[in-house]
Design a protein around this ligand. Structure first.
Ligand SMILES: Cc1cc2nc3c(=O)[nH]c(=O)nc-3n(C[C@H](O)[C@H](O)[C@H](O)COP(=O)(O)OP(=O)(O)OC[C@H]3O[C@@H](n4cnc5c(N)ncnc54)[C@H](O)[C@@H]3O)c2cc1C
Length: 369
């Protein structure tokens, strides 16, 4: 996986008609392409990167039920038992929060491989550059610099937090938080994900996710409150080095944007279906989005195939409705908690344990009205 696969455009100006065009091959796009292909649709899935999944921009935790997608060799790296949440006072709370740490690049590639085996055509080094949702026409830039036109019946926008599909269709950008992450050596076995909540990480939190002999140590913050993510992450790193938990050497660095505004007003525009981060399905408090990307991708893939085969408009509306049923309440609560917290960042309240307890999923206060 990762090598561009020729699909017969040949020269610039090539034109192609197909059932489902999937834009982006993260977890959302891989799952969508797989389900649409299994349902019998002709599918082309394009990814702008050369190698699917790389560079990794993720802390690599997935909830336990998503383990069914982590069976391929080398994907599963460690089991997680719980989550330890540290409050500004230093008090901590242990919660059961089982899950898995995965090799995210392999996870994404395994999904894309599954889609390819089901009959989807996969092209890397290929990006969406133009779109007319009314005529259902997309322009894609190919690896050799040429471009081609694709006439689709349904398009699945799985192109992440800064969705090109949304931009080309005239939809607004989603609000995001920014992150910075180091991979460091883990000097003691660790079975929990650790979370730090305080005004040091305004609009986000600090995290340590163990992955066998290494750990992903990172933080997120809202740029309205903090531009410099390096200094607070370096301070957290230094504290953990002093505790003997992690090594001082930074093995690799990454980061990226996480949508935190909640679900788009509509997940369907003409015959375009938005999934995963492009749909705003990422949790506005935890930033977790892999499970929602895979689940929305699967659901959109089925709906797109049904729409393509039978012109069933109800399949598209049903997708939007299903996602609202499944994620609406949790995302709305998280968005409301974010708004509450925004009033407190950079005030003494943000270092009050009570404020942080109400704003974090591990505490009962988060779920109270
Ligand atoms: C630092 C960090 C840590 C995170 N940690 C976790 C975690 O531990 N657990 C968790 O559940 N979530 C985590 N998330 C969130 C998670 O990574 C996302 O929610 C998830 O990747 C969403 O999947 P997706 O398929 O919707 O989008 P993406 O994974 O972003 O995939 C979109 C794909 O579309 C491609 N693309 C974009 N534009 C185009 C174009 N024009 N043409 C073709 N291709 C295009 C991109 O190259 C990309 O491969 C983290 C995010 C960050 C930034």
């Amino acid at each position: 996986m990762g090598e561009p696969k020729a699909i017969g455009y040949g020269t610039a100006g090539g034109r192609r008609t197909l059932d489902v065009l999937v834009v982006g091959l993260g977890p959302g796009g891989g799952a969508a392409a797989y389900r649409a292909a299994v349902a019998g649709a002709s599918v082309l899935a394009i990814e702008r990167k050369k190698c699917i999944g790389e560079p990794v921009q993720c802390a690599e935790f997935i909830p336990a039920p998503l383990g069914r997608w982590a069976q391929d060799e080398g994907v599963l790296r460690q089991h997680i038992e719980g989550m330890k949440s540290f409050l500004p006072s230093g008090a901590s709370e242990q919660s059961p929060f089982p899950g898995l740490m995965v090799d995210r690049a392999r996870f994404d590639r395994a999904l894309a491989r599954r889609a390819q085996e089901a009959g989807a055509e996969v092209m890397t080094c290929t990006r969406l550059t133009g779109l007319d949702v009314c005529t259902r026409t997309a322009v894609i830039g190919l690896a050799d610099g040429a471009s081609a036109t694709v006439e689709y019946r349904a398009l699945i926008a799985a192109d992440g937090p800064h969705s090109a599909v949304a931009r080309l269709a005239g939809l607004p950008e989603l609000p995001v938080v920014h992150t910075r992450q180091y991979t460091v050596k883990l000097l003691q076995p660790h079975a929990d994900t650790d979370i730090w909540l305080s005004d040091e990480f305004p609009g986000g939190y600090g995290w340590l996710f163990p992955k066998g002999p290494v750990a992903n140590l990172g933080m997120g913050a809202d740029r309205h409150f903090e531009h410099d993510l390096k200094a607070p992450l370096d301070r957290l790193h230094a504290r953990l080095v002093a505790q003997g938990l992690v090594g001082s050497e930074i093995l690799s660095r990454t980061g990226g944007a996480i949508p935190v505004g909640g679900m788009r007003a509509s997940l369907v525009l003409e015959s375009v279906l938005f999934v995963g981060d492009a749909a705003g399905l990422t949790h506005p408090i935890t930033g977790a989005g892999i499970a929602a990307a895979v689940e929305s991708g699967e659901c959109a893939g089925r709906a797109a195939a049904r729409f393509a085969r039978a012109d069933e408009a109800a399949a598209l509306a049903g997708y939007d409705e299903d996602m609202r049923d499944q994620y609406g309440v949790a995302l709305e609560r998280a968005a409301a908690r974010r708004r509450d917290l925004e009033r407190h960042w950079r005030t003494p309240n943000a270092n009050d344990d009570r404020t942080m307890r109400r704003g974090w999923i591990a505490f009962p206060e988060y779920f109270s009205v």
